[in-house]
Design a protein around this ligand. Structure first.
Ligand code: C5P
Length: 237
């Protein structure tokens, strides 16, 4: 389970992020660097995690024309990240361009190909927003599943999905297609702004490959103890 729990370093402060990695590196192998930390301190954040012997999920959700996303994918692959993501809504040409660019860099530098995963529908979008603001008149589940299928056909390794979408994706995509799941709350942790949550054991039972946890670990008095508790729960599925 050490490799299946990803801790979100949701802070703007590199020293705080480093302190968290120091507390957790014997317990957890992968850290998520999102927009807050990356746009505050840049690639230094990725280098810091790598210097501690850990892996990075770079969560910058690329969404642009294929040529621009290919450039971003090249840069992420040069940094040697373990995983990064793009929006499925950018379309298949954009997703394929990301895969090709990352493959080219990883091949040249003899690095492992990063796992490129797609964000399907943001969990903050509900069916009403989908229809009235985005103009898509479909059930959330159907849209998520269509985008997951498109991501797989475009050569991506998996998707980020809410725990409630795991089953739908497992029914429509192959068993090797990775599912990374945020929105996880152990029973003892505050929900914060997460509305549709699941426990670590439930998400693993439903078929999540990786779970992403932020506040229940990084805001705990003892982050390592919180991570160990969550991993024990993941093992109890
Ligand atoms: O603190 P918490 O455990 O809620 O953090 C979850 C992390 O996963 C955050 O970094 C958040 O941005 C990210 N995330 C999410 N829901 C999504 C996509 C990403 O919570 N649909």
């Amino acid at each position: 389970m050490k490799d299946r729990l990803i801790v979100a370093l949701d802070t703007y402060d590199l020293r705080k992020a480093e302190h968290l990695v120091d507390c957790l590196k014997d317990t957890v192998s992968t850290f998520k660097i999102g927009m807050e930390l990356f746009y505050s301190v840049g690639p230094k954040a990725v280098e810091m995690v790598h210097d501690k012997g850990c892996r990075v999920f770079l969560d910058l959700k690329f969404h642009d024309i294929p040529n621009t996303v290919a450039g971003a994918a090249r840069a992420a692959a040069k940094l040697g990240v373990f995983m990064f993501n793009v929006h499925a809504a950018g379309g298949s040409a954009m997703m394929k361009a990301a895969v090709e660019a990352a493959r080219e860099v990883s091949g040249k530098q003899q690095k492992n190909l990063p796992k490129i995963i797609a964000v399907t529908l943001l969990t903050s979008i509900d069916e009403k927003n989908l229809k009235t603001e985005i103009g898509i008149n479909k059930k959330v589940e159907q849209q998520v599943s269509e985008w997951a299928v498109l991501a797989q056909a475009s050569g991506l390794a998996g998707v980020v999905a809410s725990p409630r979408e795991i089953q739908t994706i497992r029914n429509t995509c192959s068993s090797e297609f990775i599912i990374v799941t945020p929105g996880i709350r152990p029973s003892w942790a505050a929900r914060g702004d997460q509305k549709r949550v699941m426990t670590p054991a439930e998400a693993i039972r439903l078929g999540a490959d990786y779970i992403v946890v932020g506040r229940p670990i990084i805001q705990a008095d003892d982050p390592q103890e919180a991570a160990l508790k969550i991993m024990r729960e993941m093992e109890e599925f």
